[in-house]
Design a protein around this ligand. Structure first.
Ligand code: URA
Length: 236
């Protein structure tokens, strides 16, 4: 693949802009400036890297990312009332069409997946695809057995005809609820907690499938999701 195409596919702007970056000697391969936009490079596996203005980038046919979403960010490119989660990412990702894989409310924190692989996004957001997601909620009132049983047995949400049940619901302490759900209905966890007779004061997503939020990923930080992470996502 020629260098112009490499930069273009990785979100560095229009083909003209990519050519200009290369021509201005801002791109290096293997530690050396490459100012030839037509220079050809063999890309095999996940090992090809380049730098733009000194920042190293891996070449990825598709981007799979995870973000530790902080409070106060909307999962939209065109947010209404808060900042966009995309403002936490390098602009190259929005440029190459990365989108959120499912959404978290602006006040929900934790594990958020993003990708530009349309098939992957579709598969993971399809209601048919049942992927367990583990949420940890801080509740206003103390948790009791009746609430936990109601969540596990199923609660009827306003406007729904069938009850929604948690795969699992347990109290980590008096006001901390860990709960897994398969679906991703609008405000689902908060509405389920309310329907069980309590109130959600804070919500954090800890796990999707078998993929756990890395302990090292600070709020607001992102990282590439590697093949092992993708496997973990599909397991569990
Ligand atoms: N359930 C909610 O209520 N909010 C979220 O952000 C995610 C799940």
């Amino acid at each position: 693949m020629n260098l112009e195409s490499i930069l273009f596919t990785q979100g560095f702007g229009s083909r003209r802009q990519c050519r200009a970056l290369i021509g201005d000697a801002r791109v290096t391969i293997d530690g050396a400036v490459c100012a030839d936009a037509d220079a050809d490079f063999a890309i095999t596996g996940d090992t090809f890297r380049f730098t733009v203005d000194g920042v190293e980038w891996p070449y990825r046919e598709h981007a799979y990312l995870l973000l530790n979403k902080p409070v106060g960010y909307e999962c939209s490119r065109d947010p209404q009332h808060h900042l966009s989660v995309f403002s936490l990412l390098p602009p190259q990702f929005a440029e190459r069409g990365v989108q959120c894989v499912g959404r978290l409310d602006q006040d929900t924190t934790g594990l958020l997946l993003l990708s530009d692989d349309g098939k992957f996004v579709h598969q993971f957001t399809s209601p048919k695809r049942k992927v367990p997601k583990l949420y940890v909620a801080t509740t206003r009132h103390p948790l009791d057995d009746a609430q936990l049983i109601a969540l596990r047995d199923g609660v009827l949400l306003h406007g729904e005809s069938k009850p929604s049940a948690a795969l699992d619901a347990e109290a980590r302490d008096t006001h901390t609820l860990a709960m897994s759900v398969l679906e991703g209905k609008y405000h689902q966890v908060k509405r389920m907690i309310a329907a069980a007779g309590n109130r959600c004061e804070a919500l954090h997503r800890e796990r999707i499938g078998g993929l756990v939020m890395p302990a090292t990923l600070a709020p607001g930080a992102w990282q590439w999701l590697d093949a092992a992470g993708l496997d973990a996502l599909r397991s569990g």
